[in-house]
Ligand binder design. Structure first.
Ligand SMILES: Cc1ncc(COP(=O)(O)O)c(C=O)c1O
Length: 388
């Protein structure tokens, strides 16, 4: 039974447990993220979430090991889930809770990938899905969400306004709120990737892990996973964490290195990590500091080069945000942040968009709005989503 309790960490809610070896999975434990039942805040019963999630491969990329002269390189390939990004873990755990509570609507704000994941997961679970994205969210992603039956709000004032509106609407209308960074289940879900890495390396941790940072949930989740293994008594210490941001939007790297941030960031091809005001910025920096890590930034050219390298050298069709950590690894090697004899795991967090697994029978809709609850209620008035 997962006996998680909420506590306050760096001003946010996080789950904690009475740690011990008995919480770790055994031979009879299930598959995917549900395998780590003892360290998830949910009753000990099978999930009703219908899609397989977690249990992603840890790849040994022989060619890339040679090219980077890093024989201990591994790639945590998070592109194999239902929506081809690591957002699927969080979507599953949040919707699992909503299904138990009998909630009919799930909502989220997102730079794109969490929204696609929620649209796919919500549709599979039979829930209505309401999404808030910045107006410049990739059109292909918005189309896919609507094709999955989601009601998508493109918010003119950008991601932060979309986030605040999403939060407000979910609170007022009693929707299941999957907002990344706000719902502590998102961190609980993402930590399971670290549990998997530990098991996949035969109950060992790597020396260093390389992770991309947008709002910070992926990195914090990964750190929490390793920390919980330490707390359970099966790991000596948390691996060093190298955090990667795109140079076109690197607020936390700037803060870390004491460099003034521009009034407006120029932007990046890696839209998944284009977050000028990260939700969990302070906490992310603290995790990197505690893990003896560092921040690196990568240019768009380096990110696109990493996309090509992952494709040619490891057969992984990543998208730019998904390849950012690998791009950062190359920098980390040059900067001496990672040694040639070390075991290193780079997270590959997202792939090209999946094809819409639908027949169009549940069409959604796309609305362009200025942030405001009234605009949301007016737009949804003619849909099955109750707004009163
Ligand atoms: C592919 C991909 N990688 C990494 C991230 C960064 O995740 P986080 O916001 O958890 O820092 C995102 C966020 O959307 C993403 O889409």
């Amino acid at each position: 039974m997962g006996e998680g309790r909420l506590e306050s960490v760096h001003g946010h809610e996080a789950y904690t447990y009475d740690y011990g070896r008995s919480l770790l999975p055994g031979p009879a434990s299930g598959a995917g993220i549900w395998r780590y039942q003892g360290l998830l805040p949910r009753p000990d019963e099978p999930t009703r979430y219908p899609l397989p999630v977690g249990g992603t491969p840890l790849r040994a990329p022989w060619e890339l090991r040679q090219r980077l002269e890093l024989p201990g390189l591994w790639l945590k390939d998070e592109t194999t889930g239902p929506s081809a990004s690591n957002k699927d873990r969080a979507t599953a755990l949040v919707i699992d809770q909503g299904l138990r509570a009998g909630v009919g609507v799930v909502s989220t704000a997102s730079t794109g990938n969490a929204a696609v994941s929620t649209a796919i997961g919500g549709a599979a679970a039979g829930m209505a899905v309401v999404i808030f994205v910045p107006a410049d969210c990739a059109p292909a992603k918005v189309e896919l969400m609507a094709a999955m039956g989601a009601y998508v709000f493109r918010v003119r004032e950008g991601y932060r306004a979309a986030f605040e509106l999403s939060r407000q609407a979910a609170g007022h209308l009693h929707w299941l709120d999957r907002c990344t960074g706000l719902n502590p289940l998102t961190i609980e879900a993402k930590k399971t990737a670290s549990f998997e890495v530990w098991e996949q390396l035969s109950d060992r941790a790597p020396d260093a892990v390389i992770l991309p940072v947008g709002d910070g949930v992926t990195l914090i989740g990964a750190a929490k996973g390793f920390r919980e293994l330490v707390a359970c008594g099966v790991l000596a210490k948390v691996p060093r964490i190298v955090a990667v941001q795109a140079r076109g939007c690197a607020p936390l790297a700037a803060q870390w290195h004491g460099v003034p941030a521009p009034a407006q960031w120029p932007g990046t091809v890696a839209d998944g990590i284009e977050v000028p005001r990260p939700m969990l910025g302070g906490w992310t920096i603290e995790e990197v500091r505690q893990a003896g890590g560092d921040f690196v930034t990568v240019s768009d050219a380096e990110i696109l080069d990493a996309v090509d390298l992952l494709s040619d050298g490891a057969g992984i069709a990543s998208e730019p945000a998904g390849a950012a950590a690998f791009a950062g690894l190359r920098r980390a090697i040059t900067a001496g942040l990672v040694g040639p004899d070390e075991t290193v795991v780079a997270w590959v967090t997202g792939a090209d968009l999946p094809a819409a697994p639908v027949d169009g029978e549940r069409p959604g809709a796309v609305f362009a709005i200025s942030a405001g609850l009234d605009a949301v209620a007016a737009a949804l008035a003619d849909t099955p989503v109750a707004v009163s």
